[in-house]
Structures are given as C-alpha cells and as structure tokens.
Design a protein around this ligand. Sequence first.
Ligand SMILES: NC(=O)c1ccc[n+]([C@@H]2O[C@H](COP(=O)([O-])OP(=O)(O)OC[C@H]3O[C@@H](n4cnc5c(N)ncnc54)[C@H](O)[C@@H]3O)[C@@H](O)[C@H]2O)c1
Ligand SMILES: [Zn+2]
Ligand SMILES: [Zn+2]
Length: 366
Amino acid sequence: MPHEVRGVVARAKGAPVTVETIEVPDPGPGEALVRVVACGVCHTDLHYRQGGIDDAFPFLLGHEAAGFVETVGDGVANVAPGDFVILNWRAVCGQCRSCRRGRPQHCFATHNASQPMLLDGAPLSAALGIGAFAERTLVAGGQCTPVPQVRPEAAGLLGCGVMAGLGAALHTGGVGPGDSVAVFGCGGVGDAAIAGARLAGATTIIGVDLDARKLEWARAAGATHVVDASSSDPVEEIRALTGGNGADVCIEAVGHPKVFEQAFYARDLAGTLVQVGVPAPEMRLELPMIDFFGRGGALKPSWYGDCLPSRDFPLLVDLYRQGRLDLDLFVSETIPLEGVEEAFARMQRGEVLRSVVVIDGAAAGS
Ligand SMILES: NC(=O)c1ccc[n+]([C@@H]2O[C@H](COP(=O)([O-])OP(=O)(O)OC[C@H]3O[C@@H](n4cnc5c(N)ncnc54)[C@H](O)[C@@H]3O)[C@@H](O)[C@H]2O)c1
Ligand SMILES: [Zn+2]
Ligand SMILES: [Zn+2]
C-alpha cells in the first residue's frame, strides 16, 4: 500500500518550495523504503529549484540524509529493515564499462528506485535520485549505506556535500603529508575539503572566501591560514603563504569561472586543480593554452569526491566517533520541513554551513 507522507517540492523554476502530501510506493524488487530522520540543505537543492540542473519539475528535494530502512523489496541483500543508513547517490552497478575496469567510483550507471514517487498522481523527480526532504523516501537498495548509529543530523551530511569536499581533497586531489592546499569557497563543501586536507596531513591549508564568518569556520575546520578575497588578491596571497610558489593542490568549491582562474594560477608548477563547485550551464572558461601546457600538473573535476560510499561512509563515521572528524561543525542549525525555503535564503546570505531538516525528532540527536 502506498504511503502518504509530507515532502518538500519545487513545483516550478524559481518558485518557492512548498510542503506537499506525496505518495511513496512500497518497495519493488531492488528497492528500499527509508524513514528519513535528518537531511541537510545543500546548494545543489537550490540549483534544482532554480532550474539550474534540468527542467524535470516538479522535484522532490533533499539528498543529504540519514534514517532507518523500513522495508526492502526482493533481492535487496545489503540492508535489512531497522538498519541505520546514510543515503548515497552512487549505488554502483558493478557492470558498466567503468565498474568492469575496476573503477566503481566512476560508475556510469548508478542505481535509483525504478518506481516514481507521486504528487497529485504525477511522477516527481527526486533530487539526485534520493528526495529526502520527506518523512519516507524510496531509493534503490544500493543507495542505502549501513553505518554504526550516530547523530543523524551529522551523519547524513556525508551523503553529499561533506563527502564531496572530503573526497575532493582525499581522493581526487590526492593530498598527502606535507602538501600545501588552498580551498576556494568555505561553505559546507569547501570546509569539508579543508577537513580532508587536514586528515591527509597537509601542513599549509589556506581557506579563501569573501565572507568573514566563513573564514572563521574554515579555521575551525583546519585552515592554517585564511584569505579574504573581497579585499585582497587570493593568487598573490597564496603565493606569499607558500614561499612564492603556489599551492600543491587548489580546490575550487564555488562553481565560478573567475574562481577557477584564480585556483588555476594559485597552483605551484605541476600542481593539481580540483573543480568540485558546480558551474551554471552558461559559464565559459577562457585561458591561454600555453599556461595550461606550461604549468604542467592536472585539472580534475570531482563528482561526489570520487567516493565509494560502501568504503568511505563507515570509515568516516569511525573517524567522527573517534573525535578526529568534526561533522558537528557543519550542522549550523536544525529546522522543520517547512523551513527549507528560508534555509535557502540563509545559505545565500552566508549565515550557515548547513541547515539540517529534522524530520523525526524522536530519533534525531540534537
Ligand atoms: N561536485 C560535487 O559532487 C558536489 C557535491 C555537493 C555540492 N557541490 C557544489 O559545491 C559548491 C559549494 O557548495 P556549498 O554547499 O558549500 O555552498 P555554499 O553556498 O555553502 O558555499 C559557497 C561558498 O563560496 C563562497 N564564495 C562565493 N563566491 C566566492 C568567490 N568569488 N571567492 C571565494 N569564495 C566565494 C561563498 O561565500 C560561500 O561561503 C556548489 O556549487 C554545490 O552545488 C558539488
Ligand atoms: Zn557501474
Ligand atoms: Zn548535495
């Protein structure tokens, strides 16, 4: 029997989101029904509601979530009812050409639920195949990663932005002991990249932002230096902080061509630029090709921090439990489902790292 639950829907491009009653089917083969406990508000949700991802309105937003598996369909073996899980948007298929070559972190055919959730009888597009600003959501079994039970508001953030940032440093950027790292944009994603650089043993970690509050949080996440790009040239400042050379790894966590260019020139020779911020479709890059060639190194986009949820989520939850990864830093506030539109405004005003929607207060830890 389908479940009628409340969920946060973006009905039309640019229109404020609303809380609606939606219909969530029981899980079919390979699917899992999850009782969502907490779900972070990510910039990507705002990209959806602004029509920046695609036009498949109406969207059911929310995708950084933790909760409990309620029921599973036939053939789901990785989780069982009652498991505490973080939802992921990389349920690797094991069969595509990337998986077959031993690169599941680049899987080209990740799984989502096959049945749609419905609004007024019409299919909803679930953000990143998840749709977790809702009391229940339907996902593919592989989108559920079981982890030891910890504070859901914090753990859920590993499901997207915090994982994307950590992985941009740890996996895509390959940051190692003694490296210098500069992170452009110190929101939830950028500060997670800073935390990742610290975990990897980077000795110089520079946070760059336009907003003084963000620079304070960057220090709390592990930045050894910060640069206010509203009043100084970040390329000059980063060179000055790295013996005149530039950083080994520059991580762009804004999604803007100007910032990309700064990160490009703030690298040391043979340095790596990681692009984790999501650009808008109309954005263009223009660079002297000789500078790309002449400086060497690597330019690497990072989707989801090149993570493998089954490998990375339990490991990162362990580091959180040991006090070595401060996920609580990212939970700036907890809000109800009705608070998502206002949380977008607070995100745009730079007031939060993450607003986290708490759906099941009794199971949440805040
Ligand atoms: N690649 C992925 O897998 C992935 C996953 C999640 C999010 N993202 C993307 O990462 C980006 C960051 O997400 P977030 O949730 O941290 O957003 P956010 O809005 O919290 O943070 C962005 C930060 O960039 C700063 N900023 C803006 N312009 C700047 C400039 N010119 N120079 C320096 N800093 C500047 C802002 O002050 C803000 O602190 C978004 O584009 C988001 O869509 C990517
Ligand atoms: Zn695959
Ligand atoms: Zn996200």
